[in-house]
Design a protein around this ligand. Sequence first.
Ligand code: HEM
Ligand code: HEM
Length: 354
Amino acid sequence: MTSLVLTLTETLRYRGALGQWSWVLHRITGLGVLLFLVLHVIGVSWAVFFPELWEKEILIYQHPLFTIGEFALTACVIYHALNGLRIGILDYNPKWWKHQQQAAIYVLIGTVVILIPTFILMFQHVLKHYQSPEAPFIVSLAFIAEAQFPFLVGIVVAAVAAVLVSSVVGLFTGGGRASADKNARQSHHGSQLERFWWRFMRTSGILIVPLVFGHLILAHIVQGVFEINLINATIPGVPVNEALGMLANGINNSGTAVEYVAERWNFFAGPVAIWRLYDAALLALVTVHGFNGLRYVLTDYTQGSPLLRRAMGYLCAMGAVALLVVGTLALLGTIDQTMVDMARAAQDAILAGG
Ligand code: HEM
Ligand code: HEM
């Protein structure tokens, strides 16, 4: 906690020191994207496990508040990606460190340059939605709060469980008291592991860039969030082929978010379900990268307490494993016409105010 206060006060005290600001921005943007990722992967998995809930979730994504959040999310991903590449390039070329202030400015300029056309293209989808002849449907804030509350409870329960597990481990290991020899061995092993994670963060960052930008281009630019449940809309990245079944023909015949996911995951290039494979790679990389990043942040702010520090490590490991399991099970699942019909009925009930 003391170091959290220190981060903020020192950042304000050295107002204008660009390195400090870009470090804080990198941290905030990484955490923001991770929070979205957790809600998002659980939400997508509902297309397979609870079709009505995914249908609800997409109506929530279409609320004006979430539209603002979507623009913020895009800005976060772009800044974090460019700054992450800057960190990686400078780390592997220490002689360039003297240019780091300049590089931080280039990152800010690059972010703005990419954001301007991106926001214009994204905004066109928003305009089209609000100018459509039928009045756009907007869910109530109470509806959003009710749907998002379980996520909050889940995060609190996971944090409490991590502290409990850490306390039990502390009891069995003598609360971290160990012989000097054991401590030395542990710290050697720990630093080897940390070196692995250091390299992993940089390598995964590079691999994430094309995957996450490809995903965002399809979900924000080729089409927008408003087209995910649009009746008879084409599905980005899936060629129209009327000869294939209703859930693989490249058209959202039912106008449900559930059919949208089915269409994408049922698309085969030869024998390969490429969008399932693509999403699996994205899921694995962003989850491990994001939760390891969260571990850096949380352990930074709990340096003073071995119990809490260990708990934060467990929390991140549990979070990553849980998200990987949920996301992978969804990717291995199937969506059939009955589920699409359930989603259609749920959407109709919400639109009718039910
Ligand atoms: C508002 C912005 C976004 C929208 C509308 C969106 C939409 C979707 C949709 C419709 C799917 C289902 C399958 C597919 O179409 O590929 C999906 C899957 C996925 N998205 Fe996004 N996405 C967004 C942003 C992101 C971001 C920023 C990330 C990464 C940080 C991400 C990571 C994933 C992952 C990992 C999956 C696979 C989930 C699973 O395995 O169950 N998405 N997304
Ligand atoms: C788009 C490509 C990305 C690149 C190039 C990138 C790069 C990086 C780099 C180089 C670091 C510093 C690691 C270190 O200090 O050892 C980092 C930290 C981090 N990243 Fe990413 N990243 C990307 C995407 C993401 C995504 C999608 C998320 C969220 C799911 C994320 C969350 C984080 C977090 C939370 C941190 C820790 C920040 C801190 O320690 O202050 N990153 N990233």
